[in-house]
Design a protein around this ligand. Structure first.
Ligand code: ADP
Ligand code: ADP
Ligand code: MG
Length: 498
């Protein structure tokens, strides 16, 4: 029985996990760093305990301290969210050793999939198609590396074995650039993951990133909950995700789903996970990696298959059987998620900090907002600058896009600069609307300075009235100079952008 769960995370995902726990009548325990003492995830918890520290390393990455709190307060299970300790096999093992249930896969599965070289080898043996690649060792002569690179073919990617979050990756179009790219990737990987190992992977041009939600239980059952299309990326990081993918035919969906389940079964996968694939314009698909945790973009799956993935995680972690059967699962309508960040697209996506003077997320039929912030909260540089995930569902893709555009125009955020206008430009772009955007979309079309339609005036007027409007619009929040509107009505409303 799981009656009390500690969430070893912060922000929107901690809050989102707590909402489900509450529905399940399970007590929610928060942990927090010093800057997060008054954060929403602390306010919403049944109990909250300090970790001390400000940086992630001093707080949310302190596995031992978190386990100590869990033991001291009768916690049955730990939900790791995403990021932080979620893909740390040592932490999952330490939980098991301490008699606390880790809500996630086994330490063995985490370890096996955390190494991309090992993961690809495992999947190749299981008959899952993988991108052609070659190893790359420390003592290799430059001739040996060059020979193996020729085998893979150019262009190619140098990738970190321990990679994640788009880090430790270098695109190499010509052989002359290879040695410098390898060195740079090794350095970045060493710094980010404490593991500098890299490998070479064939670069698939103009691909789509399509991933499958997988779920397994401790009784040997595994299934998939369809795909998510995540091709809208900036620096290999997802910005907009949707389900279903406009690129999949029913036949291809069936084939990829079967490959995802084969991948899950090959490693005896338990709990929620994601099998990421890259799909070439030809329709060939290749395994990329398995993320052994709940994914940031899991809401688009929840909104289309109409299941609560966190509830299923808790049930399966408690030893229960998979709460859904393959034949009962269907995709209903279409869902899109936009990641709303405190950043300035016009200034190279520079993170923006400050107090959320006004924060009014949109609501209405088919609109879901997952956030760890409320009005008056402070946005700092200590953690990820994601403010919210705006998720909408419509009867079909066109309806979902229309709903997303309208919802973005009603999202009132004053005090920091955000990417809301940029997101609007993305979903309003004809290539996106036609469902043709591949992973090159954001590089191909520079949407950072485009004139967008103004925000929903009535809505913003109401928000500003509530905030003592005129003074605020005149002052602005981020110090953007008055007259920096450049003919763009969103910017003219300087207070809107911050
Ligand atoms: P997704 O967005 O598909 O869930 P990502 O790989 O982008 O997956 O990572 C999700 C979150 O976890 C992001 O906030 C990212 O910054 C963080 N993250 C990913 N890998 C690591 C890692 N190795 N160490 C620390 N944080 C990570
Ligand atoms: P991470 O662990 O950082 O998420 P991934 O291997 O999942 O790393 O790759 C992240 C993104 O980089 C993919 O979603 C895709 O856009 C791009 N990418 C990765 N591998 C390839 C490849 N072989 N060819 C083209 N693009 C790739
Ligand atoms: Mg990935």
């Amino acid at each position: 029985m799981i009656r009390k769960v500690l969430i070893a995370n912060r922000g929107e995902i901690a809050v989102r996990v707590m909402r489900t726990l509450r529905e399940m009548d399970v007590r929610a325990v928060a942990v927090y760093s010093e800057p997060d003492a008054g954060a929403l995830h602390v306010r919403e918890a049944d109990e909250a305990y300090p970790l001390g520290g400000t940086t992630s390393a001093e707080s949310y990455l302190r596995g031992e301290k978190i386990l100590e709190i869990a033991r001291a307060h009768g916690v049955d299970a730990i939900h790791p969210g995403y990021g932080f300790l979620s893909e740390n096999a040592g932490f999952a093992r330490a939980c098991a050793d301490a008699g606390v249930t880790f809500i996630g896969p086994t330490p063995e599965a985490i370890r096996a999939m955390g190494d991309k070289i090992l993961a690809k080898e495992t999947m190749r043996k299981a008959g899952v198609p993988v991108v052609p690649s070659a190893e790359c060792h420390d003592g290799d002569t430059s001739e040996a590396v060059a020979r193996r690179a020729e085998g893979v073919g150019f262009p190619l990617l140098v990738k970190a074995a321990a990679g994640g979050g788009g880090k430790g990756m270098r695109l190499v179009r010509e052989r002359g650039d290879l040695p410098a790219a390898i060195e740079a990737a090794q350095r970045e990987a060493q710094k980010a993951f404490g593991d500098g190992r890299v490998f070479l992977e064939k670069y698939i041009d103009h691909p789509r990133h399509i991933e499958f939600q997988i779920f397994g239980d401790a009784h040997g059952e595994a299934t998939h909950l369809f795909e998510r299309e995540c091709s809208i990326q900036r620096r290999h990081q997802k910005v907009i995700e949707e389900a279903p993918s406009a690129a999949l035919t029913p036949a291809l969906r069936e084939k990829m789903g079967a490959a995802a389940v084969a991948a899950a079964k090959a490693i005896g996968y338990r709990n929620a996970g994601t099998v990421e694939f890259i799909v070439a314009p030809s329709g060939e698909f290749y395994f990329l990696e398995v993320n052994t945790r709940l994914q940031v973009e899991h809401p688009v799956t929840e909104m289309t298959v109409l299941r609560d993935l966190v509830r299923a995680q808790v049930e399966v972690a408690a030893g229960g059987r998979l709460p859904f059967r393959r034949e009962d699962l269907r995709q209903h309508g279409h869902a899109i998620e936009c990641r709303v960040y405190a950043e300035d697209p016009a200034r190279g996506f520079l993170p923006s900090v400050g107090r959320l003077e006004r924060f009014i997320p949109p609501s209405g039929p088919g609109v879901r907002v997952d956030t760890g912030f409320a009005e008056g909260d402070e946005v700092t540089t200590y953690y990820d600058p994601m403010l919210a995930k705006l998720v909408v569902r419509g009867e079909d893709r066109a309806a979902a896009i229309a709903r997303m555009k309208a919802a973005l125009r009603r999202f009132v955020i004053l005090g920091v600069t955000t990417n809301v206008e940029f997101l609007h430009e993305c979903v309003a772009h004809p290539v996106f609307e036609r469902g043709e955007a591949d992973t090159h979309f954001l590089q191909t079309y520079d949407l950072t300075g485009k004139a967008a339609p103004p925000p929903d005036e009535a809505f913003v007027a109401a928000a500003l009235a509530g905030a003592g409007g005129d003074e605020r619009t005149a002052r602005g929040g981020s110090g953007r100079a008055a007259g920096d509107g450049r003919g763009n009505p969103w910017r003219a409303l300087s207070g809107w952008r911050g």
